[in-house]
Design a protein around this ligand. Sequence first.
Ligand code: GRF
Length: 206
Amino acid sequence: MKHIAVFASGQGSNFRSIYQHVTETKLAAEFSLLVSDRKHPGAADFAYEQGIPFLYLNHKAFSSTEEYAERLIKELQKLQVDWIILAGYLKLIPADVVKAFRHRIMNIHPALLPSFGGPGMYGHHVHEAVIASGVKITGATVHIVDEEYDTGPIVIQQTAPVSFEDTPETIAQRVLKIEHEIYPQAVAWAIQDKIKVHGRRVEILT
Ligand code: GRF
């Protein structure tokens, strides 16, 4: 039985689609905790409906990042969390947490990394940059989380077309649909221990 912790700051649509897929396909996993840097993210409503414990942690309430990380690691290890799934979570994961959960944290990014990623590249900022750059395809990326924003090894990607008429909103909608397809797939692979990281590259075991 794999124990999953989800980190979310927003509406939680990725959380919902992952939960639904894992539940419907009866994978050997349980959602042990939802963590957020926000007091009432939409994701917390869903967690409440499913009886999943919710932990609000404001890193500003701690005297240092190390102290915040220590509390986070303690909570996660208490629940024997195997994988941390960032689903619309906007904060950088402290290095101590990345170390404690090396290659066991994943994130979804609404573009084809390494393009259009890094600090400040989230939500509509990503899609505005995509339009301004004139690229003809965009998409979504699931990657392993390391100590920087959006730089970890890529697990799965899927593309979407960009037309001249597109706006950041139309692209966001198209990409979100893709996120809801590829993230559940990536989490299913994680639950089945099929993700093998080789430096910058990821092998999916069959
Ligand atoms: C999504 O666009 C995702 O790419 C990004 O956060 C946004 C909101 O996700 N990481 P959700 O609807 O809260 O899952």
